[in-house]
Design a protein around this ligand. Structure first.
Ligand code: ZN
Length: 210
């Protein structure tokens, strides 16, 4: 959603949902965990009045526990927080589940997979970031593909059911590569919102899954 034209928010949301988006992804930032601001709960609540598609809320914040309640009230269906944040992961996962929504865990490009493996059995989604968190429009880091493959292998070995999401620099060229390695959710901002034909872009992103 960060790539949408906020001056015409209602039309943008309708355009993307009508084009076939399965979920809307919101990037929430606190200006501390990353040196930038993102989307806030009132914005998410406003979009919730327009559509009922699932909301995937990605929080790049130092203290995730402070925001969970407000995000659930605003309409979040899934909340993905960063392993590099300050709150204890077990506490954040429990707090998200206690609110009746699904927990996800994100890791920044420099963070090793070993940091998240203890939590994989407690979450619904793992998000190895393919760009540095905090800014849209960055190029996909190719090393992410190896991370996706490694995560898929661990998930299979542990016999777990969780989505692998890829977020940052996802284009129609990157999509089949990420899917081949095991990605099950593709987050695309610029590629979809800046296109005059978002249906075609979403269709192409999906085709990698066949
Ligand atoms: Zn995100």
């Amino acid at each position: 959603m960060l790539a949408a034209d906020f001056s015409r928010l209602g039309q943008e949301v309708s355009r993307i949902v009508d084009a076939g988006a399965d979920m809307l992804h919101f990037d929430v930032m606190d200006g501390e965990f990353v040196p930038n601001f993102g989307i806030s709960p009132p914005f998410i609540a406003a979009v919730r009045q327009i559509t009922q598609v699932p909301f995937d809320v990605h929080i790049m914040v130092t203290h995730p526990l402070r925001y969970i309640s407000a995000l659930v009230t605003a309409g979040a269906d899934l909340i993905t927080f960063h392993i590099e944040s300050d709150d204890a992961p077990d506490d954040v996962i429990s707090a998200i589940k206690a609110q009746g929504v699904k927990p996800g865990l994100a890791l920044s490009p420099k963070t090793p997979i070993s940091a998240v493996t203890p939590y994989l059995s407690d979450i619904d989604l793992i998000l190895p970031m393919s760009v540095e968190p905090g800014f849209g429009g960055q190029a996909f880091q190719p090393s992410t593909l190896e991370k996706i493959a490694e995560l898929r292998q661990i998930i299979q070995e542990l016999d777990l059911q969780l989505d692998i999401s890829v977020d940052g620099g996802v284009t129609t060229e990157i999509a089949p590569l990420a899917i081949e390695q095991g990605a099950t959710i593709l987050v695309a901002g610029t590629a979809i919102f800046r296109s005059q034909q978002p249906e075609a872009v979403i269709e192409q992103l999906r085709m990698g899954a066949i």
